[in-house]
Design a protein. Structure first.
Lengths: 91, 751, 156
């Protein structure tokens, strides 16, 4: 089952757990599953029915631009980190 | 180490496609654009760092002969206090608009207030002086630690600290707080035999591109808005204009002209919406150009910061814990790169116990903008200096200490994600084996320093179309503005697929009406992501042309293969035809072939660099001279090695400038006192030796040719490497940037 | 507005006449009146060298010269350097050495290099660096520019 790494600042909502195993086959389902286990978490990660624009989602270590309906592998590890825009090298 | 694949085009050094235009002066940059009936715009800027605007009277300026229109924030659609999505990230729309033309408050000296369009630039400038603005002065706050104090002057009355954790509703200058936590930090420090803790200050520095910002705008009678400009991303400009002007994207065409440097500083818009407002008001095309002082005072520098770093290690060299607090100046509006700094600060090392806190803080300086690996250089200055000090305390060679703790594939980055294949260790090994590192170093006042750096790189959207010409060449259409030779590096990837020379590709950068969405040239993404799109578009061409060959040869499509630029039939019929010959037969086999691809690749693959520098310190004057510089960097696969070297050398030299000279100098009133290239001193060629760029190739699994972005990471190590070299030379740890002669003399107790 | 002056000058071996206001710099005249936009404005106060041209054999920042001062003089700009069918050896060397990235400073560097090689056909690396120190480049770190000029010296 997918694992969500819990951002440090919301571990107060997960009894200090830094990672939580969740159910679900899409981003929406895994976030809802997390919310079921630890109420209040979804509001931190989402802005309505989308990932909060200030958050970047990493799937298995890779920053991935996902929408709520995107599928999640059963062995995926998800991180929700501050979204950061790239800067500019010159290329 | 590097996986040896045979390539025909990749790894060669062809002449860049836009080269002749650029060495003959024919290339048209933003300011070079001419159009009939052009008016010239000029922006009035705030002389104060912090003030409330009581009133603006433009009547005298409007009456001045030659003036055709004056605009203020009143001419902008009323901005809601909402988040606008702008491709790369979310931005508060009111902040975005207020930074274009201030509505109620000016928040930095140089903040735009009004603009004039006139028949000549001189008249526009004179008319600006006739605009009467009444201000109510407010005390400015100019330094991040002061801005965080509870009694600091407040920039935005309604700003509260946003955080994933508990919200606080008290007005503050701390716009956000972020945190990464891994392991048990207390336990980590308990295990350590040596713990080093230091505070670091970095100055405000500018991207320093040579071409000032520019924009020409025109509204047609049918409402079509066209903006000609230099930008890192035409589509990003279109999105920002649509939000700021509340105008549909379908009615905005952005034409990217050649761009004279960006380094992150030409992603945000400043005068482009102003040119549009003036064009709307006057009914004429209007060109607005910044001068150099405008660029320094009105466009994003990269933030000053205050950083504490605490690291502990065991006697055997194992780093057991690392803790940091990163406080970054966002400038006038929230949005410093502290998130990136937090991601990069300990990223080169595999450390079990980590605690990272980051603070985004508003101050009365221009809104910060990305600058080459934004945030990472500030952070690495701290980390890499402390790692050097740990090495000294432990009596371990600093390069060996990095090798012992360096991150590898499968290690978990301090902020969580697990690394795919990365090449940090390989850059360390390349530095260790380099004749520079093995050469003698021991003369009086000479010193050697090393430092490493990480930048994550990004993917994002790119679109490419390829039109096949009858003579076996292709026209490649892309949306990535070319700042450093990317026409070549993108064209070469298509050429490699098709088995044709790089010279057989005509790459063209087009406007927003002529190609699919393409994100900015930035984040070291262009050769990676747009190159990937070119690769896929070329594959699409191959697929379609296989079908044409099948038609000609009357065989099944599956029985046509393509290799080394030749189509051939398998399973029976002996047929063969080159890409070129088949290109000549397209009209007989169904018409033109157009390949296309859009990409949003996820596997950008991080970039690492390790630098070695030798310096000489003049103990009389405090001047530091760079004697020798070697930079090793994992490029994944260098498509055009000359331009990869160029990126490394250029990044290193920007880092040297940041380390030794560059900073915004402010007086107590918050006025920048050195807003010219004379007083804001960037390195000249006389300040430098040759920069030895060593390309290491650990292919990125996230790209068909293994490309990793190369543009940004080379700026990350230099300040720390130079600080470590200064320590080696004179035994003093410099913890403040820039390490200018006066700071060195102070540190040596001479003044 | 001050009355415009009539100026006759030679640019790239061609006689050129123009009208300009007394306050207009040579750079403004070149770019806005004559549409010779190869000279670039980077700073408009003589610090960056992006507007370098050669005036009566001497390298100048065209932003620091008034248009009216060029009356009766002769100048070379980037637009006059190449032959119709081939580039100048300095231009070739810049391309061969990948000595440009964004290219905005390139015309200025090439004109400075031309002035250097006209004066000193066999410069040392230090002499090249000394001579080009009035031109700022923010992209390349100068390494490849210095190599290009040294290569061009060898080729000429």
């Amino acid at each position: 089952m997918p694992v969500i790494a819990i951002p440090a600042l919301i571990r107060n909502l997960t009894d200090g757990e830094d990672s939580v195993t969740v159910e679900g086959a899409t981003i929406r389902e895994v976030i809802n599953s997390l919310e079921d286990q630890y109420p209040g978490t979804k509001a931190k990660l989402c802005d309505g029915d989308r990932i909060h624009p200030s958050i970047g989602v990493y799937i298995n270590g890779v920053l991935t631009r996902v929408a709520m309906h995107d599928p999640v592998d059963t062995d995926a590890e998800l991180h929700f980190l501050p979204a950061i825009s790239g800067g500019g090298g010159s290329s | 180490m590097s996986e040896k694949k045979e390539y025909k085009v990749i790894g060669t050094r062809p002449i860049r496609h836009d080269g002749v235009d650029k060495v003959t002066g024919r290339a048209i940059y933003g300011a070079d654009f001419q159009i009939t009936g052009l008016l010239h715009g000029r922006v009035l800027r705030s002389p104060h760092a912090h003030a409330r605007i009581v009133s603006i009277d433009t009547s005298h300026a409007e009456a001045y002969p030659g003036v055709k229109g004056v605009v203020t924030a009143q001419d902008l659609p009323a901005a809601e206090d909402k988040m606008a999505d702008l491709g790369e990230g979310a931005v508060n729309l009111k902040y975005l608009c207020d930074n274009i033309l201030a509505s109620d408050k000016v928040l930095y000296k140089g903040h735009a207030i009004a603009a004039v369009a006139a028949t000549s630039p001189h008249i526009a400038e004179e008319a600006c002086e006739l605009i009467d603005v009444e201000y109510e002065l407010l005390p400015p706050v100019l330094e991040v630690r002061e801005a965080m104090e509870p009694d600091a002057p407040i920039l935005h009355e309604n700003l509260t600290t946003s955080s994933l954790g508990d919200e606080d509703d008290k007005p503050t200058n701390i716009a956000s707080h972020l945190q990464h936590k891994k392991g048990d930090i207390e336990k980590g420090f308990d295990e350590a035999d040596v713990v080093i803790e230091r505070g670091f200050v970095t100055g405000t520095v500018h991207q320093g591109y040579i071409e000032p910002h520019n924009a020409t705008a025109h509204y047609n009678q049918d409402g079509q808005l066209t903006v000609w400009c230099s930008t890192q991303g035409a589509f990003t400009v279109r999105e920002q204009l649509a939000e700021i002007l509340q105008y549909p994207v379908s009615k905005i065409k952005v034409v990217p002209l050649e761009i004279g440097g960006g380094f992150g500083g030409k992603i945000n818009v400043y005068i482009k919406p102003v040119a549009a407002l003036l064009a709307k008001k006057t009914g004429k095309p209007v060109k607005v150009l910044m001068n150099r002082a405008d660029v320094f005072e009105g466009t994003g520098p990269t933030p000053a910061s205050y950083i504490t770093i605490k690291m502990g290690a065991k006697k055997d060299g194992k780093i057991t814990a690392a803790q940091t607090s990163l406080a970054f100046e966002a400038g006038a509006y929230p949005g410093s790169p502290v998130g990136a700094g937090a991601m990069c600060v300990f990223a080169p090392y595999n450390i079990e116990n980590v605690l990272i806190d980051g603070y985004d803080v508003v101050v009365n300086k221009p809104k910060s903008a990305p600058y080459r690996a934004p945030g990472a250089t500030n952070a690495a200055f701290g980390t890499e200096t402390v790692v050097d000090e740990l090495a000294e305390e432990l009596n371990i060679d600093p390069l060996e200490l990095r090798l012992m703790n360096g991150a590898k594939e499968g290690d978990r980055r301090p902020d969580g994600p697990v690394y795919p294949r990365i090449g940090f260790i390989e850059t360390l090994e390349a530095a260790k084996e380099h004749p520079h590192y093995t050469s003698a170093n021991g003369k009086k006042y000479h010193g050697r320093g090393i430092a490493s750096g990480f930048w994550f790189n990004i993917g994002l959207e790119s679109s490419v179309t390829i039109n096949v010409n009858p003579d076996g060449t292709i026209n490649l259409v892309e949306g990535s503005t070319d700042i450093g030779g990317t026409r070549a590096s993108i064209a070469m990837q298509a050429a490699e697929v098709l088995g044709i020379p790089a010279e057989s590709v005509n790459p063209t950068v087009v406007d927003t009406n002529s190609i699919g969405y393409t994100a900015v040239t930035g984040g070291s993404r262009t050769t990676y992501a747009t190159g990937y799109a070119a690769y896929e578009a070329a594959q699409d061409v191959v697929k379609q042309m296989k079908a044409r060959a099948a038609k000609l040869w009357e065989v099944d499509e599956d029985n046509v293969q393509f290799a080394d630029g030749e189509f051939s039939s398998i399973n029976g019929k002996e047929e063969q035809m080159s890409f070129r010959d088949l290109s000549g037969k397209l009209s007989q086999t169904g018409g033109p072939v157009v390949g296309r691809a859009t990409m949003d690749p996820a596997g950008a693959g991080g970039a690492f660099a390790t630098h070695v520098v030798d310096v000489e310190v003049d103990v009389e004057t405090g001047k530091v001279e760079i004697l020798r510089y070697t930079a090793t960097q994992d490029a994944g696969k260098a498509i055009h090695p000359s331009y990869v070297e160029g990126q490394i050398q250029g990044g290193v030299v920007q880092g040297i400038g940041w380390a030794l000279n560059e900073e915004y100098i402010y007086n107590a009133e918050g006025e920048m006192t050195n807003a010219s290239f004379l007083d804001y001193r960037m390195p000249t060629c006389l300040d430098l030796p040759m920069i030895d760029a060593v390309i290491v190739e650990v292919p990125n699994p996230g790209h068909p040719y293994g490309v990793r972005g190369v543009g940004e990471v080379p700026i990350v190590p230099p300040p720390a490497a130079i600080a470590n070299a200064i320590y080696d030379a004179i035994g003093i740890r410099m913890t403040e940037l820039p390490m200018s002669p006066d700071r060195l003399l102070k540190a040596m107790g001479k003044i | 507005m001050a009355r415009k002056s009539h100026v006759q000058t030679t640019i790239n071996d061609e006689t050129v006449e123009f009208l300009c206001e007394p306050r207009q710099s040579l750079l403004e005249v070149l770019r806005d009146e004559l549409h010779l936009t190869g000279a670039k404005e980077g700073c408009n106060n003589g610090n960056c060298g992006a507007c370098s041209v050669i005036l009566d054999g001497r390298l100048v920042n065209s932003c620091l010269v008034l248009g009216v001062e060029t009356d009766g003089k002769s100048m070379e700009t980037i637009e006059g350097l190449a032959d119709p069918d081939k580039l100048h050896p300095i231009q070739d060397a810049f391309l061969e050495n990948a000595a440009l990235q964004c290219g905005i400073c390139t015309p200025g560097f090439i004109m400075s290099a031309k002035a250097l090689l006209d004066n000193n056909p066999n410069p040392t690396e230090h002499e090249v660096r000394y001579w080009l120190a009035g031109n700022l480049c923010r992209c390349t770190g100068y390494d490849k520019i210095v190599r290009a000029v040294l290569d061009a010296a060898e080729a000429t």
